[in-house]
Design a protein around this ligand. Sequence first.
Ligand SMILES: Nc1ncnc2c1ncn2[C@@H]1O[C@H](COP(=O)(O)OP(=O)(O)OP(=O)(O)O)[C@@H](O)[C@H]1O
Ligand SMILES: [Mg+2]
Length: 145
Amino acid sequence: MEGWDPQRIVVGVDGSEQSIHATRVAASIARARSAHLLILAVVRPPEGWWGIVGSPPTAEALGDSLSNAQREVLDRTVEVVDLDGIDYETAEDIGEPSQRLIEACSDADLLVVGRRGAGFLRRMVVGSVATHVVHEAPCPVLIVP
Ligand SMILES: Nc1ncnc2c1ncn2[C@@H]1O[C@H](COP(=O)(O)OP(=O)(O)OP(=O)(O)O)[C@@H](O)[C@H]1O
Ligand SMILES: [Mg+2]
């Protein structure tokens, strides 16, 4: 097909209502285009950890607690968003959220994120993760207000 035919869509979730809404939008597009949807939750390692081990920790090294938190975020998202009939998968990753999202998009056709997220500091109109991915993603980005 000529032009843009989104077959692989990635959405970033952080537990916020905005990211749940972004997932609804992503799911609607995935359904309409019969596309695959990857729902990705990234957990940022605790401050200091990278300095000690020199590289991002593995899920095992980090322990189960952070991973469980992301699991809950994913479970809740999948529970409240209508994903019927959609070829979707959930995944969790550890690292800098914007970086991990960008890597997950290496062969994606669309990245969907909320304009804001779970951060409670209202420093910027657009959140830092949303801003980063707009600047660096290899695919079109949809920012959902
Ligand atoms: N850890 C994460 N894993 C996956 N997606 C994320 C993560 N953090 C944010 N996102 C995505 O980015 C969107 C915007 O969140 P962002 O973090 O940029 O804003 P914020 O939390 O309001 O501000 P900030 O984090 O800069 O204080 C979220 O709605 C979500 O779609
Ligand atoms: Mg945030």
